[in-house]
Design a protein. Sequence first.
Length: 338
Amino acid sequence: MRKPGTSDKGDLRRLAQAIVDRPLKESTIAEYARVAARMGDMHWYEYALNQKLCRRTAVVARYAWRRNMAHRLLSVLREIDHEHDSDKRRSLRHAMALCAQQLSAPQPSYRLDVPTKAKKQSKRSSLNGLPIDWRILLLAKLKSADRLAAAVLILTGCRPAELRKGVRMRKLGEFLEFTIQGAKVSDLTGAGQPERTLLINANAILGEVIHAQLLQKLSSEGDEMVVQDTGQNRAFEKRLSRAATRAGLLGISAYSLRHQFSAHLKGEVEADQVSLALGQVSRKSRKHYGHAKQRRSGAGGVLLSVKADRELRGIASGYGRRLDAPASKFDGFDWGVE
């Protein structure tokens, strides 16, 4: 195929129109328009370097720039078709040639050179050396008004940001069903699960006594309720960390519960179920959350089922045999609601 030239308006129009007509979601088109507006007349590569964009965001800038440049070229071509003044037509043809040159030119490969930072210690390392029933010890040190929210983090491994959105909890016989509105969700990149539903055997983690008390609390609310962290400035997360310190559990945060949930599942269920339960789309992401060797409490069968909105991406893999350990118990809980 002949490379579009500055004098071949037909080829240029087809090139630009093919870019503009590419099927995209409305949300993606809107995002491209916002990024293009921020870039203004800057080339995407210059903008990415100037803003120190990560590689993924730079790719979005590149496609936004290309789509915007195609719109510009079509606009210039329309003006040429209706302009009779020779000087103005000459100026428009020059603009047309610049647009065509930029669209057809090979684009540079983007890589941001930044100083190497010290590797951040993962929260999953905080699980090392903890007692088998550390989550029960944590619950015991929390105020009654915080225990229900903490139990949801323990039983679902949801993100603190998802708890702030509100997690719907429903009693189904002796089991609990949780519906979680995802955080870190993007329509542009397809990242994250907008919504996921987990069926959990709470007894496998919390033990018979606490499980029974939790079911009793839920029954008093009509077998269904929304548990939500409505505090400001992550006050609940700070109270949880302070309670962990009082229990002698150093370095523990709300995210430690997510890592422990993942570690437990990695000794229990298929790998893809781990990703779905954590609210992820990429199969690679689960490797950052907990190790199967960090599995501590539970009699097995924690996650009974999981459903999520989006299919997983990446290469499928599996885990080994089922592991079992005795369940821990603790008496005397008061499930308050803040």
